[in-house]
Ligand binder design. Sequence first.
Ligand SMILES: [Zn+2]
Length: 464
Amino acid sequence: MTRLIRGGRVVTAADAFDADVLIDGESVVAVGSGLEADDVIDASGCLVLPGLIDNHTHLSMPFGGTWSCDDYDTGTAAAAAGGTTCIVDFCIQYVGGTLADALEEWHGRADGAAHIDYGFHVAITDARPEVVAEMERCVAEGVSSFKVFMAYKGALMVDDEQFLAVLEQTGRTGGLVMVHCENGDAVVRYQKEAMEAGNTDPRFHAWSRPPEVEGEATGRAIRLAEWTKRPLFVVHVTCEDAVVEIQAARDRGLPIYGETCLQYLFLTVDELARPGFEGAKFVCSPPLREKRHQEVLYKALRQGALQGISTDHCPFNYSGQKELGLGDFTKIPNGLPAIEHRLSLLYDGAVRTGKLSETELVALTSHGPARIFGLDRKGTIAPGYDADIVIFDPERTQTISAATHHMNVDYDPFEGWEVRGAPRTVLCRGTTVFDDGEVVSKPGYGRYVKRSLFAPPGRQPVPA
Ligand SMILES: [Zn+2]
């Protein structure tokens, strides 16, 4: 069947122009005028954007004895409602387990449940030699990126020896290493100091992980990548201290990349000091920062030091989950729900205010992540690409609320925010998955995507 999206303004990472988009089956086959099709979708007054990619999500993620409360059904339905048509989720190796076991488990969760397409990164938490050797098979199965944590000591954290082993192995197998940059030893020390002083409230979560802790780890990670001659992707950059390190590395000509996340552009550390225990709703790592860092992040996004805005979606209910940290902030599950409203918030809060252009918005939420994470058929609207498309009404207003959102979590960090601009219709591979407020896809429509290896643009692959 052919479908035509007629009368909209197509925005890609390069251009914005009035055009119709012709879809045949799952792919875009033409962009232009005078096209005809079996089914016509009127997009007049709307922007027609490539579906967003969220390369940083944690669905059904085990953490601190509990699980993030969106699974592959609810989490991807919420993503679709917000204009995201592909996620790359973190599959986490259990300490003592293998990467193959972890991948099998995550495939089992996603298979038959996802509403939109998905891929996996593998987080390596225990880089013993036989696990490092498994990375080659991961790459063959389309898992072309690996994550390590420099924080969460005693749980997810690797030491520098293990980090180096993972970097070196990608020199043989290919693959992009992603890294969570916080000095895990420093965090433990500050957590102890706070708790011993009786400072148990959520705001001490941020106090125990200041920007210096992120900046130090970012600089160290970059030096290890430089030494091993590997590209590196720094996840969830929050502050000037980290941006300075990435910018300096790029000035040295190194293939160092990074992203920030929605919440660091819109929320500040002040949220953690809300009355009672409400601040726990805003506990994530690295923590929210002072407002001054937001302008640094926007500048880094505009000038190319950072190439993406993802969500780090990792929701925990306030009731019964965040509350695990009552009286001890170190036990608050880390993470925020953010998968749903990224496009609306960025359009209203960044494009409308002139902080980002429409094309920069597409570059940072779709095209850039698609290229870096090897999603070869996604990230733009052009013949041959998947028909992953958002018809976005810039005038549609909405009030964000846990009462109406699609995420399976009992609060929304943006509760009560009024935003102008919302997806009207969302297509994933030519099929409508969200329309006029309703998720209309069935669980299981979304498909696993094998991702290709990243080659830094303009650079020859580094020989092993
Ligand atoms: Zn994360």
